[in-house]
Design a protein around this ligand. Structure first.
Ligand SMILES: Nc1ncnc2c1ncn2[C@@H]1O[C@H](COP(=O)(O)OP(=O)(O)OP(=O)(O)O)[C@@H](O)[C@H]1O
Length: 269
């Protein structure tokens, strides 16, 4: 099929250029009961790049994203087939410690979901649960990750106030800080700016662009301008398949597939 040739050729292209891959998937299918939401997706994600997953509502972007750190395990009646390789290990293999794997492949959700704790504890608590007890080290990580998430200057004098008193945009950046405090290799974000005003959105975007120096970022977004602004690669999903996957500038200026062109130009459907 044309679609598969396009996505396969992209993987070959990445391999041929010996680009460093953070993660790749082979023939992923995800089922909710009888409903096949993902129908054989193979994609490769380059290290220290931002990849956007775009496509119309219900095409499977979030389902695919969640499969990348096994968040679909938390949903009853789901089944996944295919392989997801991280550091040459299939993350669905039975010997994988899911808890440890999610330390390396972190996730930020659409709605900010800070813990009902202080700003400081939102970051320190998960680290403590992973065994880190050294107060000086915890202080250092809290500060560094808040700086990386571009939130430190706004909250440094209020670290022991409730995270729930922050604005939505600040809460989302706190959730990003919490995720990066675990020092993941890969950060998955599901429409992290969809509930934010334009100023908070641009701060989150700036944060992500700065973070790619250290992390590989995969983001679901409905915002075409956002995908064009921040991502190096873009995958266009349609009805459970990836129709086209390429460098973002090509997807937005010279897409190979008509449906992609229709979607990115707003003439879809
Ligand atoms: N928890 C779930 N239980 C059952 N079916 C689900 C669940 N989540 C998603 N689906 C189904 O899987 C398909 C893909 O949904 P998904 O949320 O992954 O798409 P999406 O592209 O992320 O959509 P949107 O852009 O609206 O968030 C849809 O048919 C949806 O109804």
């Amino acid at each position: 099929m044309v679609e598969n040739q396009v996505q396969d050729s992209h993987i070959i292209q990445l391999d041929k250029k010996e680009k460093k891959l953070a993660l790749y998937t082979e023939d992923i299918h995800v089922y909710y009961g009888q409903n096949e939401a993902i129908k054989g997706v193979s994609l490769a994600f380059e290290k220290n790049k931002i990849t956007s997953l775009i496509g119309p509502s219900g095409c499977g972007k979030s389902t695919y994203l969640r499969s990348l750190n096994r968040m679909n395990d938390e949903i009853a009646n789901t089944k996944i087939t295919g392989k997801i390789f991280y550091r040459d290990i299939d993350i669905n293999a039975p010997e994988i410690d899911v808890y440890e794997m999610r330390k390396n492949i972190g996730m930020v959700f659409q709605r900010p979901n800070p813990f009902s704790k202080s700003i400081y504890e939102n970051i320190a608590f998960p680290l403590k649960r992973h065994g880190l007890k050294d107060k000086a080290k915890l202080d250092e990580i809290v500060e560094t990750s808040l700086k990386q998430a571009a939130l430190w200057d706004q909250v440094k004098d209020d670290l022991h106030k409730s995270a729930l008193a922050l604005s939505g945009g600040q809460q989302q950046r706190l959730c990003i800080a919490r995720a990066i405090a675990m020092e993941p290799d890969i950060l998955l974000l599901d429409e992290p700016a969809s509930a934010l005003d334009p100023i908070s959105t641009s701060k989150v975007e700036e944060t992500l662009i700065n973070l790619k120096e250290k992390y590989t970022i995969i983001i679901v977004t409905h915002n075409m301008q956002q995908a064009a602004r921040i991502s190096d690669y873009t995958a266009f999903f349609y009805m459970g398949n990836v129709i086209e996957y390429d460098q973002t500038r090509k997807i937005f200026t010279r897409p190979k597939i008509q449906q992609t062109e229709d979607y990115v130009s707003g003439h879809f459907g």
